[in-house]
Ligand binder design. Sequence first.
Ligand code: SF4
Length: 676
Amino acid sequence: MTLTRTTCPYCGVGCGVLAGADGTIKGDPDHPANFGRLCSKGAALGETIDLDGRLLNPMIHGKRADWDTALDLVADTFSAAIAQHGPDSVAFYASGQLLTEDYYVANKLMKGFIGSANIDTNSRLCMASSVAGHKRAFGTDTVPGTYEDLEQADLIVLVGSNLAWCHPVLHQRIAAAKEARPAMRVVNIDPRRTATSDLADMHLSITPDGDVALFNGLLAHLADTAHIDAAFTDAHISGLADTLAAARTTDVSDTGLPADVLNAFFTLWAETKKVVTVYSQGVNQSQSGTDKVNAILNCHLATGRIGKPGCGPFSVTGQPNAMGGREVGGLSNMLANHLEIDNPDHRAAVQEFWNSPTICTTAGLKAVDLFQACADGKIKALWVMSTNPAVSMPDADGVAAAIANVPFVVTSDMIEATDTNALAHVLLPAAGWGEKDGTVTNSERRVSRQRSFLPIPSEARPDWRIVSDVATRMGFGDAFAYQKPADIFAEYVALDTALSPFPRDLDLSIFADADYANLIPTQWPRNGHRFFADGAFYHPDGKARMISVTAPKLTKPRLALNTGRTRDQWHTMTRTGKSPRLGAHLAEPYVEIHPTDAAELGAVPGAVIEVQSLYGTALLRALITNRTPKGQLFAPMHWTRQRTTTGTINSLTAPVVDPVSGQPSLKAGAVTAQVY
Ligand code: SF4
């Protein structure tokens, strides 16, 4: 069997996969992300490539249609809405599942040709707080870490991350490094005790959203114990004094952690030179998400623990191509290639390169605001690409109603029966993993190819082509005459070259003469490059900023609902739900509840518990465990309305966001519970 070298479509680790049309799946031993390893989800990919449930032809109002009719309708309706109500009356909602080429074309159409920045993405739910925190501190959205740093560190601090389930191959790499070098220490900071905690030398069961207090407390401790690197901060950092003053006002009891535990953690961090702090959704998905990110970055900047092997903050992304999306500018507050919408020189340069009739001038709507605008009747035409916001957005029932309020909704998806497709007027069949070609960028800035090893079925088409076909019908054909994904990648790299006068971290010159067909996994700007090794950052004065952050006032609800992933499912289960062995892990929606809370409710193991919030209700099977603290519940996010009749979890979560990043808070919403 011929095996094709491609990349896993799930998490941001970005593992290399060898895949065959007969369903053979192996880890790619030559891919630097995984060196042949795969997790349970990756290993089961061969069970997910059948055509059951696929959307295989365009549909208009529930009836099969031909491509020309569907594309004409989409183009004409978007054009009419723009003509009548202006460019900001239309919106795209995209996905970290899109390939970079898909993202690039969609971003170009919306920002350069429609003239609005109303393109946001489910990546807003994933890492927008990290983007905002990076930009505040570094002047750019730079992820300085590499996976090798995890193996070289003497201390790894995992914050708000169940790496063992959500980034399993990274967890395997850390476990192997720790076994080879037992002196390595791992600390896990998470209200819940998870599979990740089992690897840790210390598990800090922090109060939800206590992270700013914790890292402010650490910063004060670092100063009090003479661990600030004065030479580094004097030369390369601004804001130390103010940030430290704010940190000293923090009440570390807000962390909920005993003094001896805090002291042990602070001492370990202070006395270990090679520290990597890995953070994920427990940090990002919070009302104080950006401040949490900066509280972490502050500690690394103050001690010079950045830009060196085995050191640094490290945001790990949830999705396979959240990084590629932010590189091409696929968020509503970005332009393209790490340039800024509000900079007229940046706008002019991108418009000139695109030779486009217009360019957006202000940031567009972020995800929660975008769907609120749908509810308010401001969005007249909406295109949802490769994602299912009627389930995955907070206040999912409200979002479903908002989508239903839009006069014209298009979805492009590989699956037919999704909660969002049920609300759409036009469905466009998209090619899926294994069928389409392009690139993705993983959490360590490594660009890898996704390659096809299956024919595109029936009438499905790659996303980049669908968007280009609509753009052409809207009158922009010259700028969207791509024949293949390599054409788009080459343009994206050429745009980066054209933007070289603007100092940025993004530098794609390593791909200038790339052999796209045979592209090997490559980090930008160069394999092995270490950002900030020279102490140079991207603010105009070349210095990094420590950001003064204050711990949020925490109002502790009687019961707080935490949401997240399980080990063997991915997002809304459209692919993983096909695998019997993955389904055998945790077969139905459930809620983790502490024994004391369960006893108060009168719940026995397996009882059905009705969980309610201001936004909705769900019935969930009780999994009674002291891994989830008293006063907190945990429920997985995967089950859609299609898969459960008793309530999808985001029916309960609130559309409350971090004020800087716009990322929703999905980890600590107030709920009530009773036995059903
Ligand atoms: Fe895929 Fe992530 Fe598992 Fe790697 S760790 S095989 S990228 S799901």
